[in-house]
Write a protein that binds this ligand. Structure first.
Ligand code: ADP
Ligand code: MG
Length: 240
C-alpha cells in the first residue's frame, strides 16, 4: 500500500543544509495502524508530509497504491492527495464561523448537497458528535473539536489517515477515545509522544536523526490476518 525506498529529504535554508530524512525505507500494509515516535526534530513531520504527498523526497522513491508518486503529474498527485489521504492536524484547522457539519462537508467537492450532508452526518456519527452538528467550534470542547477534525478527514473515505500528534493537546482519556475512532478499518499512521497511544497500535516505528532506528510489532499475532497457516511448525517435529 505504502512503500518508501531510501527516501531522503534535505532542506536548504540559506547556505545551511538540513538533512531531515537520511534514507528511510518502509512499508505499510492496508489496514495497518502505525505509531511513529521519536524526539523533536527527528523527522517525523517531514516523513508525514512525504507520505501525504505534501512534500517530495530529495532522493529515493515513494510508491502509494502501486503508483510511484515522484512520476505522477501534478494533477494526478493533487487528485490522490484529495481522494486517498486524510489528514488530522494538531491544531484542528476548523473554520471558526462554520458549524461542525459545514466543517466536515468542506472536503466534499463533488456530489449534490443532499449526498454531502448525508455523508457528513455519517462521519460526525462515527466520532459520536451527530447531535452537535449545528455547533460552531467555540461551542465545542477541545476534544470535540479534534473529533470534528477527524470526521472531516474521514468523510472522503480515504485509504490512509495521517495524524501528526493529533492528541497532543488533549488529556489521555480523550486520546484513547480518539484512537478507538481512528482504528476502524483504514491504514492509520499517527505521530505521537504518548506511550499509551503507541501501545494501542499494532506497530511502533521510532525515528532518530532522520532515520528509522526501530520498527516493532509488539502484538503481531493480533494484527496479522487469519490466512497465516499454523501448519508450518509441524515440519520441525519429524525428528525423533
Ligand atoms: P519532528 O516532526 O520529528 O519534530 P521535523 O520533521 O519537523 O521533525 O524536522 C526535522 C528536521 O528538519 C529538523 O531539524 C527541522 O528543523 C528541519 N525542518 C523541517 N522542516 C523544515 C523546513 N521547511 N525548512 C528547513 N528545515 C526544516
Ligand atoms: Mg513534528
Amino acid at each position: 500500500m505504502i512503500r518508501l525506498e531510501g527516501v531522503t529529504k534535505v532542506y536548504s535554508v540559506g547556505d545551511v543544509e538540513v538533512h531531515a530524512l537520511r534514507g528511510v525505507t518502509l512499508e505499510v500494509e492496508q489496514g495497518e495502524m502505525v505509531a511513529v515516535m521519536g524526539p523533536s526534530g527527528s523527522g517525523k513531520s517531514t516523513l508525514m508530509n512525504v507520505l501525504g504527498c505534501l512534500d517530495v523526497p530529495t532522493c529515493g522513491s515513494y510508491f502509494l497504491e502501486d503508483a510511484e508518486v515522484g512520476l505522477l503529474s501534478d494533477d494526478r498527485l493533487a487528485d490522490i492527495r484529495n481522494r486517498r489521504i486524510g489528514f488530522v492536524f494538531q491544531s484542528n484547522n476548523l473554520l471558526p464561523r462554520a458549524t461542525a457539519l459545514a466543517n466536515v462537508e468542506l472536503p466534499l467537492l463533488y456530489g449534490n448537497d443532499r449526498d454531502r450532508r448525508r455523508r457528513s452526518l455519517e462521519a460526525l456519527e462515527r466520532v459520536d458528535l451527530k447531535d452537535r452538528a449545528s455547533h460552531r467550534p467555540n461551542q465545542l470542547s477541545g476534544g470535540q473539536q479534534q473529533r470534528v477534525g477527524i470526521a472531516r478527514a474521514l468523510v472522503k473515505r480515504p485509504a490512509i489517515l495521517l495524524a501528526d500528534e493529533p492528541t497532543g493537546n488533549l488529556d489521555s482519556a480523550h486520546s484513547l477515545e480518539i484512537m478507538e475512532i481512528l482504528q476502524k478499518g483504514l491504514s492509520v499512521i499517527i505521530v505521537s509522544h504518548e506511550a499509551d497511544i503507541a501501545a494501542r497500535t499494532g506497530r511502533v516505528i521510532s525515528m532518530l536523526d532522520g532515520l528509522v532506528v526501530s520498527d516493532q510489532r509488539p502484538d503481531s499475532c493480533h494484527q496479522l490476518d487469519s490466512s497465516h497457516e499454523p501448519d508450518s511448525s509441524h515440519e520441525d517435529e519429524a525428528a525423533p
